[in-house]
Ligand binder design. Structure first.
Ligand code: NAD
Length: 294
């Protein structure tokens, strides 16, 4: 499916590239959601905030440690979807007190928390593993793994508490992992290890939450054009080697943030009521095979 820009950008923000058409499936009607890693203009977090708003969310906390664009993202979402309440929070996703505070705020303000999308992440050191210092390794682990652990640690009890008042208890915790956590990704040792840990967190947490109605899953994006990977795409365009990016992919292209956001929307929705403890590869088929070298 080809990508098209369908939203009207405001305040100089780049348009989110959306797959054709309005999503007609899962809704998150009346749900209260927290999303981390939303500041990036091209990122998965911002695209997901738009999907949640477009599909009925009552309130969305848009969070990031970099707040440069958060207020303009908030204004844009409200102008497109006036019924949604958007709250901006600036904090490090691996800061335990801050994660607890945003969860407490949602429970207190809305009396419910339905979705925590722990999406913030960094690539970190890409040197050969023998050249990577322990501090660099731990920084990636803290940002990519501890953040997801903390999201689950504080969101689950809050979801349980607010679920007690609902007819059928529910809640969805989603961590952004990566296909790099499913298969080795040469050159990004700490990153790959951290994303494998996110998948493991989703699996173990799903089991520990047995009987609560709260689900936890991981999304494993392939190569997606976002702030994180923009330099790769830009360099390829500059060199005229863009086709090479998709060469090993069955769909012959990289993905865009909205294609991940739509899967986050599904996992957040009640449509995914029996989807639990899974790692969802959203990668155009990249991880389904291995390169054939004739
Ligand atoms: P992005 O760089 O566009 O967005 C990441 C956002 O996370 C940024 O806004 C950044 O400020 C924020 N962030 C980083 N560290 C943070 C912290 N400690 N606290 C709070 N916010 C923090 O990249 P993206 O591709 O949208 O990344 C989103 C997630 O997707 C990440 O977890 C990333 O590892 C994962 N992912 C991306 C790809 C890809 O190809 N882009 C592939 C697989 C997985």
């Amino acid at each position: 499916q080809s990508s098209t820009a369908t939203n009207t950008p405001s305040e100089g923000l780049p348009a989110i590239r959306k797959i054709a058409g309005k999503s007609s499936g899962p809704r998150v009607e009346g749900k209260v959601a927290i999303i981390t890693g939303v500041n990036s203009n091209l990122g998965i977090g911002r695209a997901t905030a738009h999907q949640f708003a477009e599909n009925g969310a009552k309130a969305i906390y848009i969070c990031d440690f970099d707040s440069t664009n958060l207020e303009s993202h908030k204004r844009e979402i409200i102008s497109l979807y006036p019924n949604v309440d958007v709250r901006v929070r600036q904090f490090d996703a691996a800061d335990e007190n801050a994660v607890k505070a945003v969860v407490d705020d949602a429970s207190k303000t809305y009396g419910r928390l339905d979705v925590f999308f722990a999406n913030a992440g960094i690539v970190g050191a890409m040197s050969p593993f023998t050249a990577i210092g322990k501090d660099e390794f731990m920084k990636v682990m803290e940002t990519n793994v501890a953040s997801v652990f903390l999201a689950a640690k504080y969101a689950a009890p809050a979801m349980m508490k607010t679920s007690a008042e609902k007819k059928s208890p529910s809640g969805s915790i989603i961590g952004t992992a990566s296909v790099a956590g499913l298969r080795s990704n040469a050159g990004t040792t700490p990153y790959s290890a951290s994303k494998a840990a996110v998948i493991s967190l989703a699996q173990t947490t799903a089991y520990q939450l047995a009987g609560t109605g709260i689900r936890m899953n991981a999304i494993c994006p392939g190569l997606i054009e976002t702030g994180m990977t923009a330099p790769t795409f830009e360099t390829a365009r500059f060199r005229g080697t863009e086709k090479k990016i998709g060469q090993l992919n069955p769909l012959k292209r990289g993905g865009n943030a909205d294609e991940i956001a739509r899967v986050a929307l599904f996992l957040a929705s009640d449509e995914a009521s029996y989807v639990n403890g899974q790692a969802w590869a959203v990668d155009g088929g990249l991880s389904a095979g291995h390169p054939f070298v004739p």
